[in-house]
Design a protein around this ligand. Structure first.
Ligand code: SF4
Length: 717
């Protein structure tokens, strides 16, 4: 019994929203989830935030897709129409007609196959999803690699932590975290940078606050001072885009004041002399006018970081979503290395993963340069192993990334690498990509676009075929959280109408493209896919069998045998690089791609908020969450509002060189002067109409955290 309701069953699963990976129980009555309880998982100890506890009824929303849809003959794909589309009232019956599964699958696979056979293997691309399970990610990348014939497969990690992963793979040999979030209970100093954990990783934030209550010092370094700042010992509100200047100044102090851990450096790091030479010019006094933080404060923080028994760095998109995102992360690696703050409890590097399965989807190979478990497609041994394992010839060149695929869709037809067709499973690039007008035109230009989703997303509006899929509580599967925990979710409810499990749809398309797959048995074949994936990722998860997950729900990798409890802290003896040492890479200041000027004098910072998730396709259809935050708002500080003659609640128009939105404004004095913050979850005021598609050269991540905009009073939201 839950409250006054007698439930039919209680089903154990995992929260479908953020990367914290809280375990929960769905309470089900008459095939409807009526409430959610927190479960005693290792990442949450029964805690849930508002999304996990109240964000479940999106699955029962009447706007769910329940039947396959095919674009009506002669109806053009109109990307401009998305600027005025109302998700809640739009009628798709003028654009699409209902189809049988047989017809929709034949059209989906036939169109893709036809393009591949006409234009070659590079003509196709696929976006999988960090919202899907590990098994779905694994099978999707396998379909692209063996069925489409290229490595043009990616997902929203490219918009998230790709630059962090690039730096981590280069520096420490592994893209995952070194220590788990709740290890902060062993930290003296918790350095949070470019992250708003209270909103974006709320349960993780509770561990940080608990640690602060017990005496740990939190340092919040961020251009926006957010809630966690209330618990901070020091807040470093540095000027947006000056991360490298500030971080190099901290490293400078550590070395100059003799606080570097020379023994650790000698035994475990390489290229230290180059790093030391590089930071000589970055004294706090020289960097103060650049980053805006008093030199004495930088010295104080650097000393505390170096002297702490354990100092951990946790970071978010504020580090990664810049053209210098990889350099930012290189500096973080350098800071923990010179201080010896890694490879022990309460220390280390933790890029807080955004989506519930962005870690797992990347691990499973849903990225264009790596096979499962980060084996490079250019590595001959890995290439040969997977050719043998999958029994198909494979491309040995990296594929295009998310934003590159959009560019490649709009190049001239004579380009042999033009992307002509796509299969998109569970992602919404028509809302999440930078420079949306460009991305939407790219999607609309596809000769064949297949979209598989649970709602009619903005991307689905541009599709030729729309395939209705299952929501997370409607299937079994595993996801991997920010802490490297592989966690099992069980099916709680049946999908609506004719909606089908994503794995079933993937296999049907594969079959029609000539692939002979046969995943059957337990959990509708999910167990069979998991076991194949476990073999492909044997160096990380060989000890995590499907049977073990049924018993334990959550196991941390690396885990290499049945009696291996998993490894919460890694790099204790060696790093995962070829020689076992940290590879330090010096970084210098690279300015943002587009800086403010007289015409566009403000900086636009985009991000998330507590109640809504990414493009809002799920959370804005969750009754409680939508009631708390029903409409888009821009945040500005009081000084800027006053200077512009604005009051909270006024409507402003925010415009960049690429697009504009009209939006209500609210006062938030944590937002820096000269900047405006807009969440990207709202189709009515799509922040990404304005963002800049300039990429970090290593991680290929766009600069969502910085572009130039103009702001004026008025407009029609
Ligand atoms: Fe879900 Fe993240 Fe909230 Fe936990 S913290 S309940 S995983 S959204």
């Amino acid at each position: 019994q839950v409250g006054s309701q007698i439930v039919d069953k209680k089903v154990d699963s995992v929260c479908p929203f953020c990367g914290v990976g809280c375990l929960l129980t769905y309470n089900v009555k008459d095939n409807v989830i009526v409430s959610v309880d927190g479960r005693d998982g290792p990442a949450n100890h029964s805690r849930l935030c508002v999304k996990g506890r109240f964000g479940f009824d999106y699955a029962a929303n009447p706007q769910r897709l329940t039947v396959p849809l095919v674009r009506k003959a002669g109806v053009p794909k109109d990307p401009e129409a998305l600027n005025h589309l109302n998700r809640d009232t739009a009628d798709w019956s003028d654009v699409f007609r209902e189809a049988t599964w047989e017809e929709a699958l034949a059209l989906s696979a036939g169109g893709l196959q036809n393009l591949r056979d006409t234009y070659g293997k590079k003509a196709l691309a696929g976006f999988g999803s960090a919202k899907g399970s590990n098994e779905e990610a694994y099978l999707f990348q396998k379909l692209v690699r063996t069925g489409f014939g290229s490595n043009n497969v990616d997902h929203c990690t490219r918009l998230c932590h790709a630059s962090s992963v690039a730096a981590l793979l280069e520096g420490v040999g592994s893209g995952a975290v070194s220590n788990q979030v709740n290890d902060v209970e062993h930290s003296d100093l918790i350095f949070v940078i470019g992250s708003n954990p209270t909103s974006n990783h709320p349960v993780a934030a509770t561990w940080m606050k608990n640690a602060a209550k017990k005496g740990a010092k939190i340092v919040l370094a961020d251009p926006r001072i957010t809630d966690i700042g209330k618990h901070a010992w020091r807040t470093l509100q540095f000027k947006a885009d000056t991360d490298v200047a500030m971080l190099n100044a901290l490293i400078h102090v550590v070395i100059e004041e003799g606080l570097a851990d020379q023994d650790f450096i000698a035994k475990r790091a390489s290229n230290y002399e180059a790093l030391k030479d590089n930071v000589k010019g970055y004294s706090p006094e020289a960097m103060e006018p650049i980053c805006g933080i008093p030199a004495q404060t930088l010295r104080e923080v650097a000393r505390e970081f170096a002297k702490a028994k354990g100092a951990m760095i946790l970071w978010g998109m504020g580090i990664s979503q810049h053209v210098h995102g990889t350099d930012n992360a290189r500096c973080l690696i350098a800071l923990v290395t010179v201080t010896g703050q890694i490879g022990k409890p309460g220390s280390g590097l933790h890029p807080l993963r955004g989506q519930n399965n962005v870690q797992g989807a990347s691990d499973a190979g849903l990225i264009p340069m790596m096979y499962p478990n980060y084996q490079r497609v250019t590595n001959k041994a890995a290439h040969d192993w997977f050719e043998n394992f999958w029994g198909m010839p494979l491309d040995n060149q990296p594929g295009y990334t998310v934003v590159e695929i959009m560019h490649k869709a709009l190049v001239d037809d004579s380009d042999p690498h033009k992307v002509h067709g796509m299969y998109i499973m569970g992602e919404n690039p028509a809302m999440s990509d930078p420079d949306l007008n460009h991305a939407r035109h790219a999607l609309a230009s596809m000769k064949h676009l297949v979209v598989q989703d649970i709602f009619m997303t903005e991307t689905a509006w541009l599709a030729d075929v729309v395939l209705p899929a299952t929501a997370w509580p409607e299937k079994d599967g595993t996801v991997s959280n920010t802490d490297r925990m592989v966690q099992l979710g069980k099916k709680a409810i049946d999908p609506p109408g004719q909606a089908k499990p994503d794995l079933w749809i993937l296999q049907q398309i594969a079959k029609r493209m000539g692939l002979n797959w046969n995943y059957q048995g337990e959990s509708d074949g999910v167990a069979a896919v998991y076991e194949e994936m476990r073999q492909a990722m044997h160096a990380a998860i060989s000890g995590i069998t499907w049977e073990r997950l049924q018993r334990e729900s959550s196991v941390t990798y690396p885990c290499l045998s049945a009696d291996d409890p998993g490894s919460p802290t890694v790099f204790i003896d060696n790093f995962a690089t070829d020689d076992g040492r940290v590879h330090l890479v010096p970084a210098d200041i690279i300015p943002a791609n587009e800086r403010p000027d007289a015409e566009f004098p403000f900086v636009l910072i985009t991000g998330r908020q507590l109640e809504h998730w990414h493009t809002g396709s799920m959370t804005r259809r969750a009754t409680v969450l939508d009631a708390i935050e029903p409409m888009a708002t821009a945040s500005m500080c009081g000084d800027d509002l006053q200077a512009l003659g604005l009051h909270p609640g006024d409507v402003i128009t925010v415009e960049s060189r690429r697009g504009k939105v009209a939006i209500h404004v609210r006062r938030d004095d944590g937002t820096p002067k000269g900047a405006v913050f807009i969440p990207f979850a709202y189709y009515e005021a799509a922040a990404n109409l304005m963002t800049n598609a300039a990429l970090d050269p290593f991680g290929k991540i766009p600069e969502f955290k910085y572009c130039a905009v103009a702001i004026r009073r008025g407009g029609v939201p």
